[in-house]
Write a protein that binds this ligand. Structure first.
Ligand code: SER
Length: 298
């Protein structure tokens, strides 16, 4: 999305290993970078002099529960290293994603407000909540223009899911397109906030381009688009694939899902910088199925 908007040669992609997506290599500069390696980050910042850093590296909820200390180290130290480097080198802006995982079992589940009881009970959620407070601190103490969104579960066709609790809503489309049935790891009536990737990209770029005085929340903004259950996404897919079948076999991820909001009140984002999603469940389903079918080997 950034390379579509700017000169692609000025958008440096970085990851801890070479990208599977060849466009990342072909479309502009790519650098190998472990975000925990401060000296390499310093070297790349000196080399490219970026105005903005989008720092996305993290372990997601289910993976971090299995590997808690590494999850904490990557999610927390990674953020602090980026914030410190941004201050040291005068990088103008930092983007860092937070998540619905900052909320916990004591949080009101429906239309969860921007400011409410948090008490997350996953390693991932604890790291995201602490990270939000660090972002606010760096803004207040150092004037760093760091901005953040609490993403709902993100659904896209370009990359496979990796270790999240909301991943079922990506996997399910892949199975439907392959003509297979799907065994869902959440119960059929578990509602979670979700968002289609084009909306997540739009929200991220809109937030980052809004005038600084419009950004009133310096921890992280609630962000919503839709809320559905496994039963509802199944019904949405069945409108296109009537024979598609889903069975339910909840695992440890059910507990994580039960501790998160079912839907989000994102009125602050709407008021402050004009947030408005484009996709609901059925529009997303039509677009996902279309793209995944086009990507299938002939
Ligand atoms: N999608 C993430 C996860 O499921 C939540 O931010 O871990």
């Amino acid at each position: 999305a950034l390379r579509q908007r700017y000169d692609p040669n000025l958008v440096v992609a970085a990851d801890v290993r070479p990208p599977k997506n060849p466009n990342l290599l072909a479309g502009g500069p790519f650098e190998l970078l472990d975000v925990l390696d401060r000296s390499r980050l310093d070297k790349l910042i000196r080399q490219y002099r970026p105005k903005q850093i989008y720092h996305l590296a993290a372990l997601l909820s289910a993976t971090a529960e299995k590997n808690p200390l590494f999850g904490w180290q990557l999610n927390m130290d990674g953020l602090l290293i980026v914030l410190e480097a941004a201050v040291a080198h005068g990088v103008a802006q930092v983007y860092w994603p937070s998540s619905i995982a900052v909320f916990g079992p004591d949080t009101p589940r429906d239309h969860t407000p921007q400011v409410t009881i948090m008490n997350p009970n996953t390693v991932y959620g604890i790291s995201k909540l602490a990270g939000e407070q660090w972002c606010e601190w760096y803004h207040r103490k150092h004037g760093l223009d760091v901005r953040s969104l609490r993403y709902p579960g993100l659904i896209g066709y370009k990359s496979l899911p990796g270790g999240g609790t909301t991943d079922y809503a990506v996997d399910i489309y892949h199975k439907a397109v392959a003509g297979e049935s799907y065994e869902c790891f959440l119960e059929e009536n578990t509602y979670l906030p979700m968002m289609y990737m084009p909306d997540a990209l739009k929200a991220t770029l809109d937030l980052m381009h809004a005038p600084a005085e419009q950004i009133k929340v310096r921890t992280s903004y609630n962000l919503g688009a839709m809320s559905f259950s496994p039963a509802e996404i199944t019904a949405s897919i069945q409108q296109h694939e009537p024979g598609f079948e889903v069975t339910y076999q909840p695992d440890g991820r059910q507990q994580i899902a039960d501790s998160w909001p079912a839907s989000i009140d994102d009125s602050k984002a709407r008021q402050d910088w004009g947030w408005q999603p484009d996709f609901d469940l059925d529009k997303m389903t039509a677009d996902m199925l279309l793209h995944l079918k086009q990507m299938q080997p002939a």
